[in-house]
Design a protein around this ligand. Structure first.
Ligand code: PMP
Length: 351
C-alpha cells in the first residue's frame, strides 16, 4: 500500500507553446495580434499600486458592471473567472453532478474531457459529421449535461442559433453550456436565449476578441438562479479569484466598444483574405468563423508542413489526435504576419 494509491491522478491539458525566442511569428494559441484598447493603457497608468496591499473586491463589481452594461443584462446574470478556462472548470464542477454522461463532440476544445476526468464526471463524445458539423439530434438522448463550443474549436465551424436552441430545448432537465470563446469573429451568440432558458450558460473570454489573454479574464451569462449556484461553488473554492489589475483593466477594455469592433473586423478581414490565398495553394478547410483557420493539404503531411513552418520561425498548432492529425490550426495574425506565412507556404509547395 502506498500514498500514491490515493492520489487524484489526472492527464493534464497541454497548452500551446509560449516560446521565449523573439521575432517568431506566433500563430499557435489564437491570441489577438492587436494590442489592448488605449483605454486599458490609460487605466494602467492611473492604477494605484499602493492599493495592491489590500484584497480585491470579491464581488468583482467594477468588472461585472462593465460587462452587464456592454451586453445590456443585469449584473445578477454575470459570472467572472480567471479566463474562461476557470469559468468552464467551475461550471463543470457546479452543474455536472449526475451519473449520466455529459455530452460534447469528439472533436472540440480538448480541455472538456480533462475537467470531466478531474471531477470524475462521466462523459460521452459524440462524433462530428465528416464535414465537422454537429447534428443536433445527437444531443437529444438522456444525459447529464451538454457542452458545445460555438464556433467550435479547433475546427472554427459554427452552429446556427436555431440548432443551438434546438439542443437547449431538448435538454431542459440539464445544464447546457455554450462556449463562445470565438463568437465575436462571426457566429451568432446564444446570449439572447438566457431569458428563455434557465438551463443555459453562455461562456465568453477576454483572451481573443478583447486582446487580453495575459490578464486571464473570462465571464459567463445565465439566469439569476444559475449564476447564484456557480457563485456558491466559486466562493467555496477561492473568494479572490480575480486580481485587482484584471478587475480595473478588464472593465476599461469592456468600455471601449469602438476599438473592440474595429479590431475584430480587422481580424475577420484578414481571415477572409487568407482563406482565398490558402485555397489557391490547395489547402482544404471548413468555413471558419473564428480567429483561426483549421486546414490540411491533400498532398502534404500535416507534420511536415508544421516542421517546415517551425524551421522558418512560424509556429502553428497541430493536434496529434484521430481524425485531425493532418490538420494545422493557424491563428490569424497581422496582415504582415499572414503575408509571411503565405510566402513560406509557397516556398514549401514550390509555387
Ligand atoms: N474555450 C475554447 C474553445 C478555447 O479555445 C479556449 C482557448 N484555449 C478557451 C475556452 C479558454 O480560453 P481562456 O481561458 O483564455 O479564456
Amino acid at each position: 500500500m502506498s500514498w500514491e494509491e490515493y492520489v487524484r491522478k489526472v492527464v493534464p491539458y497541454t497548452p500551446g507553446e509560449q516560446p521565449k525566442i523573439k521575432n517568431i511569428i506566433k500563430l499557435n494559441t489564437n491570441e489577438n495580434p492587436y494590442p489592448p484598447s488605449p483605454l486599458v493603457y490609460k487605466a494602467y497608468e492611473e492604477t494605484e499600486l499602493s492599493d495592491f496591499r489590500k484584497y480585491p473586491d470579491p464581488t468583482c463589481s467594477v468588472l461585472v458592471d462593465s460587462i452587464a452594461s456592454f451586453y445590456d443584462v443585469k449584473k445578477e446574470n454575470v459570472f467572472v473567472g480567471v479566463g474562461s478556462d476557470d469559468v468552464l472548470s467551475m461550471a463543470f464542477l457546479t452543474f455536472f453532478n449526475s451519473d449520466k454522461p455529459v455530452l460534447f463532440p469528439d472533436i472540440t476544445y480538448s480541455f472538456y474531457d480533462v475537467w470531466a476526468d478531474l471531477y470524475r464526471i462521466p462523459y460521452k463524445q459524440m462524433p462530428l459529421k465528416d464535414d465537422f458539423t454537429i447534428d443536433p439530434a445527437d444531443y437529444y438522448g438522456e444525459n447529464g449535461g451538454v457542452v458545445i463550443a460555438n464556433p467550435n474549436a479547433p475546427t472554427g465551424v459554427k452552429l446556427p442559433l436555431d440548432a443551438i436552441e434546438d439542443i437547449i430545448s431538448h435538454n431542459r432537465d440539464v445544464v447546457v453550456i455554450i462556449d463562445e470563446a470565438y463568437v465575436d469573429f462571426g457566429a451568432e451568440s446564444a446570449l439572447p436565449l438566457i431569458d428563455k432558458y434557465d438551463n443555459l450558460l453562455v461562456v465568453r473570454t477576454y483572451s481573443k476578441s478583447r486582446s487580453l489573454a495575459g490578464l486571464r479574464i473570462g465571464y459567463a451569462f445565465g439566469c439569476e438562479k444559475l449564476i447564484k449556484y456557480i457563485l456558491d461553488a466559486k466562493f467555496s473554492f477561492n473568494s479572490y479569484t480575480m486580481n485587482m489589475p484584471s478587475l480595473i483593466l478588464g472593465a476599461a477594455a469592456m468600455n471601449d466598444r469602438e476599438y473592440f469592433e474595429e479590431t475584430t473586423a480587422k481580424v475577420v478581414a484578414t481571415r477572409e483574405r487568407v482563406k482565398v490565398q490558402l485555397k489557391e495553394l490547395g489547402f482544404e478547410f471548413g468555413d471558419s468563423r473564428a480567429n483561426f483557420i483549421f486546414a490540411r493539404h491533400p498532398e502534404k503531411a500535416g507534420k511536415d508542413i508544421f516542421d517546415y513552418l517551425r524551421a522558418h520561425d512560424i509556429i502553428v498548432r497541430r493536434f496529434d489526435k484521430p481524425r485531425i492529425n493532418e490538420y494545422l490550426r493557424i491563428s490569424i495574425g497581422t496582415d504582415e504576419e499572414m503575408d509571411r506565412l503565405i510566402e513560406v507556404l509557397k516556398e514549401y509547395l514550390g509555387k
